[in-house]
Design a protein around this ligand. Structure first.
Ligand code: AMP
Length: 173
């Protein structure tokens, strides 16, 4: 499956969730067996050599790609969640979104000192979410060995907020 085939499975939705946002909907991609497998294979091809101990992904789409990627690599998965969702002690980071602000939490024992972590998301937009995930990893003493995305909206310059980190996206707009 070529990059073009993967692109053809991403649906553009205008004015969602607010006016002026062109939402990149990955639901057709994950519903397609060949496209979903190809996207996980490609994420794994980039992530594998970086030898992560865990993949960190945020709800909800980060769970879908992150769980499958962790399985493919044989490493662990750490969920980052909206405040109040995780049952144990947490650490928190707040960030600005392309639309609004939010916070993410992870369990405070989810990442050990010196563990190698890849932060993963479906879309890199302004980079705020990815920055927050990096902050969470570093608060816990982990090392971010990559920031990985299915889609990068390069016109929003999210990469600039991730300077100094190893950043990769399968599809760039
Ligand atoms: P950001 O923090 O601005 O990089 O935004 C990234 C997060 O918001 C990711 O979890 C995306 O799933 C979501 N997101 C932001 N902008 C878009 C968009 N245009 N299309 C789809 N998802 C988006």
């Amino acid at each position: 499956m070529t990059e073009l085939d993967l692109r053809s499975k991403i649906r553009d939705i205008e004015d969602f969730p607010t006016e002026g946002i062109l939402f990149k909907d990955v639901m057709p991609l994950i519903a397609d067996p060949a496209a979903f497998r190809a996207s996980i294979d490609r994420l794994a091809a980039w992530a594998g050599p970086r030898a992560p101990d865990v993949i960190l992904g945020a709800e909800a789409r980060g769970f879908i790609f992150g769980g499958a990627l962790a399985y493919a690599l044989g490493c662990g998965f750490v969920p980052a969640r909206k405040p109040g969702k995780l049952p144990w002690k947490t650490v928190e980071a707040t960030y600005a979104l392309e639309y609004g602000t939010d916070s993410l939490q992870v369990h405070s024992d989810a990442i050990g000192s010196g563990q190698r972590v890849i932060v993963l998301d479906d879309v890199l937009a302004t980079g705020g979410t990815a920055r927050a995930k990096i902050e969470l990893v570093e608060q816990l003493g982990g090392t971010v060995v990559g920031a990985l995305f299915v889609i990068e909206l390069s016109f929003l310059h999210g990469r600039e907020r991730l300077e100094g980190y190893d950043v990769h996206a399968l599809i760039e707009y």
